[in-house]
Design a protein around this ligand. Structure first.
Ligand code: PNW
Length: 439
């Protein structure tokens, strides 16, 4: 890997976009302001035992009130772009029915504030904060939610379409289906594989129905989807381990890539799902497989699988999440996508980053581990570009420390440190490093 300070943005193609990313529930707070309705995360955080530090997003980073100072921070980093998500329960508190203009006003202020600072806004329409009334009606396992999502997406694109030139429909449908309906770690916290697969299909359908709405209301803007992907490798060459890795790859990666880029679910995984497979109606796959302007890829780690399907620790260094640090997995993933999917659109790395147990000492945060993580992953990305993968951008997760879902505020992913007692923001060494890298 390169020595600190040697990698430069000039090592990437001209026009490559560098940014930082966040999501609404993780930073905004102001959970009951200006007409915002409850989301499934408000509900989930109140259930005992769900969140490690018993916290919630009621206040979070108070970004809803501190947005102007936060935009100044973003500008100070020297990034080209900022990826944020729109909270559906601010825009349409009931999940259907009336649009709340005050909710859209916030994202319009944010958009205009970014543009005024020379930073491109990149919008994600759904980063997990589903309006609670839609969950009460079955959530993403109910096909009606997909139609509601298209309607909500139209309202956002109609308001922002003249200024926002990049829209992602969903963030990580694997997380909002499998992790949320089968593993039970995220809202709504269910443990039912059949419902999880129905939710995954509902999410993909919602994506497919939202795309034409975005294109209609924001002509000329780019539209895509964000998946969390990672190589799934066998722990040994024993056939059982190879089969376990193949299935893990199928469930995490191919289950979403197949419908989106080939118009079909992967046959081996479909078969492995037995009676739990979702109901797919005749017209579903065509809109799901409609061409994308970009595929957003969130990359954090790889999986190493030993039969019967369990993850195996490799002994390699891990982050504070316990996730193995494996930069070359990004090169491997991207070259594999190019080889396996002839319809692969341009790729944007929409998230990449690491949690570490950062401490504020004399006004500084010496997060050398994060600097190394970012640098080695950028080098791995450069190698993928060199190998001919069409990658157009990279967003570090995250602008600042925030509400890390089931871990609450215990895990810090930010380039900027947040003191939750005072809401003071402090640039970590990694923020200074990123700014230098960007030149
Ligand atoms: C992503 N997993 O979440 C999300 O897009 C972010 O909101 C989040 O803060 C970030 O990664 C760090 O976790 C994930 O268990 C959460 O495999 C969990 C998993 C993957 C992604």
């Amino acid at each position: 890997w390169p020595a600190p300070g040697t990698l430069r943005r000039a090592d990437f193609p001209a026009g490559f976009t560098f940014g930082v990313a966040t999501s609404s529930y993780q930073i905004e707070g102001a959970a009951a302001e200006d007409g915002r309705g409850p989301s499934i995360w408000d509900t989930f955080c109140r259930e005992p035992g769900r969140i490690r530090d018993r916290s919630n997003g009621d206040v979070a980073c108070d970004h809803y009130h501190r947005w102007e100072a936060d935009l100044d921070l973003i500008a100070a980093l020297g990034v080209d772009a900022y990826r944020f998500s729109v909270a559906w329960p601010r825009v349409q508190p009931g999940g259907s029915g009336p649009i709340n203009a005050a909710g859209l006003d916030f994202y319009e202020r944010l958009t205009d504030g970014l543009l005024a600072r020379g930073v491109e806004p990149h919008v994600t329409l759904y980063h997990w904060d589903l309006p609670q009334p839609l969950q009460d009606a079955g959530g993403w396992a109910n096909r009606d939610t997909a139609h509601r999502f298209a309607e909500y997406s139209a309202a956002v694109a109609e308001r922002l379409g003249d200024r926002v030139k990049s829209y992602a429909t969903l963030n990580e449908p694997w997380c909002s289906s499998i992790l949320s309906y089968e593993i039970g770690e995220h809202a709504p916290g269910l443990r039912d594989r059949r419902l999880a697969l129905a939710a995954a299909h509902g999410l993909l359908l919602g994506h497919g129905l939202a795309l034409p709405e975005i294109r209609r209301h924001a002509p000329g803007a780019g539209a895509g989807i964000v998946l969390n992907l990672g190589p799934q490798m066998p722990a040994s060459d024993r056939p059982e381990d190879v089969a376990a890795a193949r299935l893990a790859d199928g469930r995490l990666n191919r289950w979403f890539l197949g419908p989106l880029l080939r118009g079909e679910y992967p046959a081996d995984v479909w078969e492995a799902c037995g009676a739990d497979v979702p109901e797919v109606q005749g017209g579903d796959l065509a809109p799901i497989a409609a061409p994308l302007d970009f595929l957003g890829v969130n990359y954090y780690t790889r999986g190493v699988l030993g039969a019967p399907g369990g993850g195996v620790p490799t002994g390699a260094p891990v982050t504070d999440m316990g996730w193995e640090i494996y930069p070359q997995g990004l090169t491997e993933l991207l070259t594999r996508l190019k080889a396996d999917y002839p319809n692969l659109p341009p790729v944007v790395i929409t998230e990449n980053g690491a949690a570490f147990a950062d401490r504020l000492q004399d006004g500084r945060v010496h997060d050398a581990g994060r600097v190394q993580y970012l640098q080695t992953h950028l080098e791995a990305l450069r190698q993928a570009v060199e190998a001919g993968v069409d990658v157009r951008g990279y967003f570090a997760w995250s602008l600042m420390d925030n509400f890390e879902w089931a871990y609450g505020y215990e895990k810090r992913f930010g380039l900027v440190y947040v003191d939750y007692g005072t809401q003071e923001r402090v640039l970590k060494d990694s923020a200074h490093w990123y700014r230098e890298f960007l030149g």
